[in-house]
Write a protein that binds this ligand. Structure first.
Ligand code: G3P
Length: 218
């Protein structure tokens, strides 16, 4: 299972990278704005700064909603750095753009996916990653994890190579449940990754081991 961090905050990205388990980064226009990164040139520079910090895939989102605009923006983003994956929204022209980029060998991440049907279309169009937003489904009393499970079933039925990138992951249990269900990738905050570390028996066990070891060193 690949771990991506879902942020545009360079300090958090650096911290996750230093942990040694980071496989990539996802961002979106809202995450960029949260860090005060606005305006096309600043956003493009920020993508390059992220690529320079990490080894893996970095999703960079187009902001056009028509095919021509998505192609123009996507090609510009892909040319920025070889780690860039072009993020395309799940709309009709987005499907055409996914197919266009897939035929050209440019990797894509189909975003804003909320149903199995949408995920099926993204795979048919050759998306590299499909991003079901599980947290936002949970927010409206709909089963986000159930969607991961359904997409896994459909993709396995036909051996689609599109990777399931569980997005809008909010906490550590989402990470664990996505791993159980066979999501290929999860993207979430650093806190969701660091939560995997925690167990009170680890802490108390270590405290006792250190206390016993130090008996002979006093
Ligand atoms: O990866 C998608 C993500 O950025 C959306 O997350 O927490 O805003 O639903 P959230």
């Amino acid at each position: 299972m690949k771990f991506f961090i879902d942020t545009a905050n360079l300090d958090q990205i650096k911290e996750a990278q230093e942990l040694g388990v980071l496989d990539g980064v996802t961002t979106n226009p809202s995450l960029m704005a949260k860090e005060g990164i606005t305006g096309r040139d600043n956003i493009l520079k920020h993508y390059v700064a992220i690529c320079d910090l990490v080894d893996g895939d970095v999703s960079a989102e187009v902001n056009s909603t028509d095919l021509e605009g998505m192609i123009e923006e996507g090609e510009e983003l892909a040319a920025l750095h070889d780690q860039i994956v072009v993020k395309i929204p799940m709309i009709k022209d987005g499907i055409k753009a996914l197919k266009y980029f897939s035929d050209k060998g440019i990797r894509t991440n189909c975003t804003l996916v909320f149903s199995v049907g949408q995920a099926l279309l993204a795979a048919k169009a050759g998306a590299t990653y499909v991003s079901p937003f599980i947290g936002r489904l949970d927010d409206i009393s709909t089963d986000g994890l159930g969607l991961i499970s359904d997409i896994r079933l459909v993709y396995d039925n036909y051996a689609f190579e599109t990777q399931i990138l569980a997005a809008s992951v909010r906490h550590t249990m989402h990470v664990i449940d996505c791993a159980k269900l066979g999501a290929d990738v999860m993207t979430g905050p650093l806190s969701a990754i660091e939560g995997l570390l925690k167990h009170p028996l680890t802490d108390s066990g270590l405290e006792k081991f250190l206390a016993d070891y130090n008996k002979g060193n006093q």
